[in-house]
Design a binder for this molecule. Structure first.
Ligand code: ADP
Ligand code: MG
Length: 454
């Protein structure tokens, strides 16, 4: 194994709090050193006079000297903008838009109308619009008749912007989508960011759950239990799956399920910390009133609220907050998981299916998602928590829930629910989003209540 021994040509200095990930094993040669294994995550505590050495701390709180050449900075993975991607528009709409633009090399990409999962590339050239089919197969993309394979649309566009390579012209000017544009994740950004885990380092133990995108396994990674979410239908869901992972790379909080890394290759896997007691609904239902105490309930409520306050501070909207998406670990800490629908920004106009009983009316009706619509869902979650995992709005048919709610109907307090908690639910269910509490306010209240709950 070779490794760079000098770091003087290296980058910026890492400030305190920077997360780095080890690229090599380091045994250390003095008691001051911090030994680590490849893949360990270390937090920088302070730089030293020597640019090759930092003082760092590992996950177990042990501190010591870290050689900079053995580690790399962990970077967040962000979505890349795809302004030229228009999603589901027809061939005629594409032609109309490009005919309005009328410059050689103007282009856009849209979903194929006839071949689900494929795309079409529409280009204005020589007074007319040409359409090329982009075929998706085994996780790669290829322009019909071309001989290059691409990992994603961004790579494909970059290639044909450099060179026509068989097309009528090279791509010159993107016709941008109006409104919210789509984003994509580049697989190589996970490598560059230090998030990639080798499959051989991961051992799968047993199936523990089924998710929307695939099965969830308990696994072993570097002597610790982990959860492994395995993507089943590669072509279709890979982007959505990687978006969830990319959101997670920017998050770190004791009450958020932590991303450990991703396994790339034929089967994409998302590796997170293992939450031994499973999801909160099943936990509540299986243990019930005999096991779960007032103290546990207020602890779970506060844990969840703390995570949500963190998301609120980052302007990240979860959009699928519910007890089924809260996980419990062996030491009874509750953590928010499932960032599959999460989005940055105040709201999104992108359509989708939402869990009706958990979603705020303005989000259901106008797609107006915000930290305030998360607060509505949090109120429902509190109700689930204090009713030991019952399904909300029992006896009201799904289709009628919104109507009843808009007329002013609210669920009653679950039996034994502290009145402060029920008050919080009612405030969370205010029809006017701006009158709902912030997670910051809610957290304050819950912490006060927790302090007096035995
Ligand atoms: P989905 O994509 O459908 O939302 P989830 O992430 O909610 O999938 O996972 C489905 C189920 O797998 C969860 O309800 C839970 O029981 C189990 N599970 C998921 N992640 C973990 C984890 N980190 N630790 C333990 N169990 C987990
Ligand atoms: Mg889920």
């Amino acid at each position: 194994m070779t490794m760079p021994m000098d770091n003087t040509q290296n980058q910026e200095t890492w400030p305190k709090g920077t997360q780095v990930v080890a690229n090599y094993n380091f045994d250390g040669s003095s008691p001051d050193d911090l030994p680590f294994r490849k893949g360990d995550v270390i937090t920088i505590i302070q730089s030293t006079k020597d640019p090759n050495w930092y003082k760092g701390k590992n996950d177990h709180g042990k501190e010591g000297m870290v050689p900079a050449t053995y580690v790399q900075k962990r970077r967040e993975v962000h979505l890349q903008a795809m302004p030229w991607y228009h999603g589901k528009i027809s061939r005629e709409e594409a032609e109309a838009m490009l005919n309005n633009f009328r410059e050689e090399g103007d282009f856009l990409i849209r979903d194929s109308v006839h071949f689900q999962g494929d795309y079409s590339l529409s280009i204005y050239f020589d007074g007319m619009v040409d359409h090329y089919r982009i075929i998706a197969k085994s996780n790669k993309l290829e322009v019909d008749g071309g001989d290059c394979l691409f990992d994603n649309l961004i790579q494909l566009v970059e290639h044909y912007q450099r060179d026509a390579d068989g097309l009528c012209t090279k791509l010159i000017r993107a016709l941008p989508k109006q409104g919210d544009s789509f984003g994509a994740v580049r697989i190589q950004d996970f490598e560059a960011g230090g998030w990639v885990i080798q499959k051989k380092d991961l051992q799968e133990i047993e199936l523990i759950g089924r998710g929307e995108f695939g099965d969830v396994y308990k696994g072993l990674y570097r002597n610790e239990f982990v959860a492994v979410k395995q993507l089943k239908d590669q072509d279709r869901a890979a982007q959505a799956f990687l978006k969830e992972a990319s959101v997670m790379t920017s998050l770190r909080h004791p009450n958020l399920v932590q991303l450990i890394g991703v396994v790339l290759g034929d089967t994409i896997r998302l590796v997170t910390e293992f939450m031994g007691k499973g999801n909160l609904v099943e936990y509540l239902r299986s243990r019930g009133r005999s096991v779960i105490q007032k103290k546990d309930q207020i602890d779970f409520a506060t844990d969840t609220c703390a995570a949500m306050e963190y998301l609120e501070s980052k302007k990240l909207v979860h959009r699928d907050l519910a007890a089924r998406n809260i996980l419990i670990n062996e030491s009874n800490t509750a953590k928010v998981s499932d960032f599959g629908l999460a989005k940055y920004g105040d709201y999104s106009t992108e359509g989708g299916k939402f869990p009706i009983k958990w979603t705020a009316p303005e989000a259901l009706k106008n797609n107006n998602f915000s930290n305030k619509s998360d607060m509505w869902s949090y109120g429902i979650l509190l109700w689930e928590l204090y009713s030991f995992g019952r399904v909300p709005y029992p006896r009201i048919p799904l289709a009628d829930v919104v109507m009843h709610v808009e007329k002013g109907y609210r669920m009653e307090a679950p039996e034994g629910c502290p009145k402060q908690v029920y008050n919080l639910m009612l405030k969370a269910w205010n029809l006017n989003p701006s009158e709902r509490p912030t997670f910051k306010d809610a957290l304050q209240e819950l912490q006060n209540l927790r302090a007096t709950t035995v």
